[in-house]
Design a protein around this ligand. Structure first.
Ligand code: FAD
Length: 316
């Protein structure tokens, strides 16, 4: 059988890796091997890699910082494109353009230094501008939906050849940690994002505001390999409060633990598995539903080759 990755290998040479562990590319340090993996460094390369994969009949997915995905221990059958396309342009009037692989926190610091207000909340959020624009990342009262003007994407859906489209913020249908692109794997590639920030602010004041957010996080959130908040906060409540009230704060399974500091965080101590991480998530969901009648909806996404009958461990 011909190698479906041949066109990608021919174009990208040794940059195309085979059987590459995804734990190296996720913040939780979890995830088995991808059949193939390619790191791209420009929006043009990103579009080209996805187009070639699509034309070769290979399943593919884009990863930014891997800060919001739980990848299966069995890995991903297909091509994972690691997005490091990171060119950014800042204009004095507050218009900012960023390729989707740019680090969100680095971009936030650059904007602060230029006196552009509106991204201070983002200084300690791991991951890329693209991942943030897709998940409508937010913190401390700010979010991407408030600053995105438009996004440029490669549409790979349907019968048409992959083609570039520009979507307004309204077309992204932003909601709490949600957009029209969330979960649409293999259908769209986010290439770049245009933001509108507010110009002519004092960089020192913006920096002080950002530093206060960082200090607050250090006081309230655990360090270590995690995925940030696992569940969305239900209306008028907090997922962390509910999981704690259900008696699960500090609960361990194998090498993973519901954080004793913040119960909506699950940490991998180093030897954890994605399966145990997911089982702890399921335990939290089931216990909170049984005790309080509230269904916790994951904020993170599952990716890869999951064994669907992962059993839930017994309640404490
Ligand atoms: C310690 C910690 C703290 C966190 N705190 C917060 C917080 O305060 N607020 C918050 O909102 N989030 C938080 N998060 C979650 C995470 O940082 C955000 O969701 C972030 O925006 C994810 O970006 P990423 O580049 O890592 O996305 P990834 O995890 O790499 O990808 C997320 C999804 O987007 C898709 N994707 C990414 N880039 C592209 C692209 N260019 N084209 C097509 N699809 C793409 C992926 O396929 C995947 O489905 C935290 C995470 C951690 C680990």
């Amino acid at each position: 059988m011909p190698d479906p990755y041949f066109p990608l290998a021919e174009r990208f040479g040794e940059a195309l890796k085979r059987d590459e562990p995804l734990s190296r590319y996720t913040v939780a340090r979890l995830g088995g091997p991808a059949d193939a993996l390619l790191t791209v460094h420009s929006a043009a390369e990103l579009a080209e890699a996805a187009t070639l994969a699509q034309e070769s009949g290979v399943s593919w997915v884009v990863l930014g910082g891997g800060a919001n995905v739980l990848v299966a221990d069995a890995g991903f059958r297909g091509l994972v494109i690691i997005n490091r396309a990171d060119a950014v342009q800042l204009q004095a009037d507050g218009r900012v353009n960023a390729e989707s692989g740019a680090s969100l926190s680095t971009l936030a610091r650059k904007c602060i230094a230029q006196g552009l207000a509106g991204l201070e909340w983002a200084v300690s959020i791991p991951g890329t501008v693209g991942g943030a624009a897709i998940n409508n990342a937010g913190a401390h009262g700010g979010d991407m939906a408030s600053v995105v003007r438009w996004v440029e994407l490669l549409n790979v859906q349907g019968a048409l050849r992959p083609h570039v489209e520009v979507w307004s913020a309204a077309q992204m249908r932003y909601a709490y940690r949600h957009s029209a692109l969330k979960g649409a794997h293999g259908q769209y590639v986010l290439l770049s994002v245009a933001l509108r920030l507010t110009p002519n602010h004092d960089p020192e004041q913006l920096g002080a505001r950002a530093d206060a957010f960082v200090a607050h996080r250090k006081r309230t959130q655990p360090p270590g390999a995690s995925l940030g908040s696992i569940f969305k906060n239900p209306p008028n409540d907090y997922a962390g409060r509910l999981i704690e009230a259900a008696g699960l704060k500090g609960k361990s399974l194998g090498g993973v633990q519901i954080s004793p500091v913040h119960a909506n965080f699950i940490l991998n101590a180093g030897e954890g598995t994605a399966r145990d991480y997911r089982r702890l998530m399921m335990l939290a969901q089931r216990t909170v539903r049984e005790k309080f009648g509230v269904t916790l909806e994951p904020e993170i996404e599952l990716l890869g080759d999951w064994d669907e009958d992962t059993p839930t461990p017994p309640a404490p």
